[in-house]
Design a protein around this ligand. Sequence first.
Ligand SMILES: N[C@@H](CCC(=O)N[C@@H](CS)C(=O)NCC(=O)O)C(=O)O
Length: 209
Amino acid sequence: MRLHDYFRSSASYRVRIAINLKGLTVERRFVHLRRGGGEHRAPAYAALNPQALVPTLEDGALAIGQSLAILEYLDETVPDPPLLPRDPVLRAQARSFALSICCDIHPLHNLRVLETARESGGDEAAWARRWIDAGLSPLETLARRWGNGERAVGDRTSIADICLVPQLAAARRFGCDLQAVPTLLSIERALAALPAFDAAQPQLQPDAE
Ligand SMILES: N[C@@H](CCC(=O)N[C@@H](CS)C(=O)NCC(=O)O)C(=O)O
């Protein structure tokens, strides 16, 4: 298996956590999102992943983008430990929590969106903070409702936690004030104790700058 990723990428961070939880060893290919206008925009990478986004997972003939699809592929090929709760209610909640981040927060502060905000004369960090704050506030409510203070949904690590931790790291990078989301921070603290989450941190990756 080969993972194409970038240390600072939230979507890549999700996949690194999942790979670590599953105890997998994968070959790494680093794709620098800024160098030379972005290595992800080079024809060779775009041929592999036509969206020209990281991460991409290769496994034999398979080459797929989209971190949630990668997480589900890993879960279906290596079932233990599960990344999705078995109970349908918890499973729906975990998916809902994860999708809130992947569909409704992260795309709004993605590199290409921030580049466009800057080109239009906007303050890209303020833009990112605005959307991250708006997205995290309802997740604080949901984590109180669905989680146990150490996990976002139920009491087992799931895709909800895997998406939450990189999103909080991105929030800090853009200078968000996280005082309004104490439950999310308490979940983050609990997850930081897990080696799989710890080893996936951006600053610990071989391509970190
Ligand atoms: N929904 C995709 C998002 C992938 C994505 O946006 N990746 C970012 C890095 S976190 C990227 O490659 N950005 C490059 C760009 O915006 O040009 C996923 O979950 O994998």
